[in-house]
Design a protein around this ligand. Structure first.
Ligand code: FAD
Length: 429
């Protein structure tokens, strides 16, 4: 991570230096190395092959998946979502969901870090409002394949993303933020962190902004380690974060809008892609075990057949639900681009929000059920670590899914959304 600072590209007055200018710096030959399909899919598969090679050691040692991220950088997949005008390949949310799913079949921690990074990219791209600083940031991200992390949770606030205790301090053109963050996944390995905070010291807890803090101007004082049940390679340690920079690094859109329009739908769909990928790899292991069992006793049906059929059926339901959710979120993201959200009826917005919530809660719980079913199919060969049928890591990784913004908290929010919606007329969806 020896990339030049963004400050080199953006002068203190906010003007963009030629090297980072959208038109000059984004020559397609130099920066847009990811071809449209099928290039991005092959690139994801190459990175996944490397991630798979190191998945067990990443898990055992609870270490950052360095080899996988070196590969993702080589394949230029960290800028997958960045549009062509900033030098990226401009893949769609559906395509990035497919990359997350592919990576998750190899190493869940790699896939989750990748998904979390893409969520931050989407927030900047959709809500930077084309400001010079944010345009330059996207250009630098493409050029240097920067990795972005997130600090939304806060000590004493927990997973209530829509409230903050800390507040931004503004002094002329500069800002300072101090936050006690219980969990910043891969914070120590990131090039920038998106931090939520109250707009001013006088603002209410819900009047929040989203700040892009850069590594060079951010101090991270470690406050806890990450020796967790699963997702051990995400290195989701606690920190006291102190960051400074230019006030223009604060995204112009209120965080409430960023959360509703982008952060929540993109998080829920990409997380769901990761969990579906983990479950899918477990089902593949059960299928090979089942075929090996059948081969060993020709002419007989192995006893766990119905359980495998059940797991495959549940996986297909997850994949179908995910596909619908990704399409809906992609359409909604295009509406953010077209700035036509104001025209969207309230009932449609409430329906979309509850749809994104139930996508997260249902896929996070079903993925666990699928892998539990797989464990029953493969038995001890799956329970033991280090066999070709092991699913212990899959299960441990998936236990984070219902907690990553607690499903009970989300279900309560969904119930409020459902209460606010008028029932559909008879015979209409
Ligand atoms: C693998 C992983 C990576 C993460 N990475 C990041 C990251 O990079 N950045 C970041 O900011 N955060 C991150 N988080 C934290 C995450 O986003 C949530 O903030 C966190 O999971 C919530 O923590 P909590 O369960 O302690 O707190 P809370 O959500 O406050 O919940 C505490 C407990 O209270 C109960 N509870 C709370 N509210 C309700 C409610 N409304 N209804 C019913 N019960 C309720 C639940 O039983 C819950 O277990 C990560 C979490 C995981 C698992």
């Amino acid at each position: 991570m020896n990339a030049p600072l963004l400050h080199d590209a953006v002068a203190r007055d906010g003007s963009v230096a030629p090297a980072a200018d959208a038109s000059a710096a984004h020559a397609p030959a130099a920066l847009a190395a990811v071809d449209p399909e099928p290039g991005w899919r092959a690139a994801a598969q190459r990175a996944a092959a490397i991630a798979a090679q190191y998945a067990d050691s990443v898990d055992r040692e609870a270490r950052f998946p360095t080899e996988a991220f070196d590969a993702l950088r080589r394949e230029r997949l960290l800028s997958a979502l960045v549009p062509a005008e900033y030098g990226g390949p401009g893949l769609t949310l559906v395509e990035v969901g497919a990359i997350c799913e592919t990576l998750a079949q190899a190493c869940a921690s790699t896939a989750m870090v990748y998904a979390m990074h893409q969520i931050q990219v989407a927030c900047i791209e959709k809500h930077g409002n084309g400001a010079a600083w944010h345009r330059a940031l996207l250009g630098q991200l493409v050029e240097h394949q920067w990795l972005l992390a997130s600090a939304t949770s806060e000590e004493n606030i927990g997973g209530s993303m829509r409230t903050s205790a800390c507040a931004v301090e503004i002094d002329g053109a500069a800002f300072r933020i101090e936050k006690l963050a219980p969990t910043i996944s891969y914070g120590a390995y990131s090039d920038g962190i998106l931090v939520t905070a109250r707009r001013t010291a006088e603002s209410t807890a819900a009047d929040q902004v989203l700040i892009v803090a850069l590594k060079a101007d951010t101090q991270l004082e470690k406050r806890g380690s990450w020796d967790s049940m699963g997702m051990r390679g995400t290195c989701s340690e606690g920190f006291r974060l102190v960051a400074t920079g230019l006030a223009e690094q604060i995204l112009p859109t209120p965080f409430a809008e960023i959360a509703d329009q982008t952060m929540l739908p993109v998080s829920h769909t990409l997380w769901a892609s990761v969990w579906t990928g983990i479950a899918s790899d477990a089902v593949n292991r059960a299928s090979s075990f089942f075929r090996a069992q059948a081969r060993s006793k020709p002419g007989t049906m192995p006893p766990a057949g119905p359980r495998l059929a059940q797991a495959v059926g549940m996986l297909h339901m997850m994949q179908a639900r995910l596909s619908v959710g990704l399409e809906a979120a992609q359409v909604a993201q295009q509406a953010v681009d077209g700035a036509c959200q104001a025209d969207t009826p309230l009932s449609a917005m409430l329906g979309f929000a509850s749809d994104m919530n139930t996508l997260k809660t249902s896929i996070s719980t079903t993925a666990l059920q699928v892998v539990q079913e797989v464990l029953m199919v493969v038995g001890m060969a799956g329970y033991k670590n280090g066999t070709e049928y092991s699913v212990g890591r899959h299960l441990r990784d998936l236990y984070s899914a219902p907690l990553m913004i607690n499903n009970d908290r989300i279900a309560q929010n969904t119930a409020s959304l459902l209460l606010a919606q008028r029932p559909a007329a008879p015979g209409r969806a």
